[in-house]
Design a protein around this ligand. Structure first.
Ligand SMILES: [Zn+2]
Ligand SMILES: [Zn+2]
Length: 299
């Protein structure tokens, strides 16, 4: 049984959605689940969604990316990363893809995506692997610096590492990783582009880093994501910062909008506010994606 979807003019997108919370594992998606996501999105004025589960949640990926953190020195932080990885790399990618394609052909307003992390020196392999699947959109994210998953805000060991690593150093490493990821050509959209602020730590002059992030998107012809997820994090700010979003606009960088919900609860989270935010900067359209090619969605 499929839900009847009323088609409105597409006005807002939620192009960053997870099916499973971190900690939940071994679960396969169903069409009913995807239909419920679409329904929740439409209730909140979002007309098209992309499911973008983390690449590292799939056991097919474990074969060539598993243990990537072992190139970094042993440390408590690396042990946490190792445990995190083994907890996550369990879902079946083929089922994920099949169910999403079935939902698409059933007429649900959904596209098939993936959230892809940066694996230094391995992005060529990642690209080759992803090319074997019919993805509509690939998000690029920096969630860890070396073996340090700096955005695990509920883990005191990970958060303490901010003092050791240093804020300026973290912003520098994050920005360099983002530049390299953009340059790799492996992804279409820079997800939560200033995620490095997640825990509320800012360098002396964040604008220097924002400038580089905007240049990376412009030079690699990527879209940038505007995400309400930052409002749910300690920083309590939207991604990206208004200064950075203005830079993206000035450089002609297209945008997507997103909630980064991990489960159905936050689908389309504060979508109206996101729409007002991007409009206030000057954006009149968003980027939708099919087969990794973008098209314009009027706001
Ligand atoms: Zn993310
Ligand atoms: Zn995400």
């Amino acid at each position: 049984m499929f839900l009847t979807i009323t088609l409105y003019d597409i006005s807002v997108l939620d192009y960053h959605l997870h099916l499973w919370p971190h900690g939940q594992r071994d679960k396969s998606p169903t069409i009913d689940e995807l239909a419920r996501y679409c329904e929740a999105a439409q209730k909140n004025g979002v007309q098209e969604i992309a499911i973008t589960e983390h690449l590292f949640r799939f056991r097919q990926v474990d074969a060539f990316l598993g243990g990537f953190f072992n190139q970094y020195p042993d440390s408590p932080v690396r042990s946490i990363m190792e445990h995190y990885w083994s907890e996550h790399a369990r879902a079946d990618l083929d089922t994920y893809v099949e169910v999403a394609l079935e939902a698409k052909s059933a007429g649900l307003p959904i596209v098939l995506g993936m959230e892809v992390d940066y694996y230094p020196g391995k992005m060529h392999q990642v690209s080759e692997f992803l090319a074997g699947y019919p993805f509509d959109v690939l998000l690029g994210s920096i969630h860890w610096l070396g073996a340090w998953p700096f955005d695990h805000i509920s883990d005191p060991v990970i958060m303490a590492e901010w003092d050791t690593y240093g804020i300026e150093n973290a912003w520098e490493s994050y920005t360099r990783s983002l530049e390299e990821l953009a340059d790799s050509g492996a992804v279409d959209v820079l997800a939560h582009p200033d995620l490095v602020k997640v825990a509320g730590h800012f360098p002396q002059v964040p604008q220097e880093f924002y400038d580089r992030m905007a240049e990376a998107a412009r030079d690699s012809k990527l879209s940038a994501e505007v995400s309400s997820a930052g409002w749910r994090k300690p920083v309590e700010q939207v991604y990206p910062d208004p200064y950075l979003l203005r830079k993206f606009f000035e450089y002609g960088v297209p945008i997507t909008t997103a909630s980064d919900s991990h489960g159905i609860a936050d689908v389309a989270y504060r979508a109206e506010e996101i729409k007002s935010y991007v409009s206030s900067i000057g954006y009149r359209s968003l980027s939708g994606f099919r087969d990794r090619k973008s098209y314009l969605v009027e706001l």
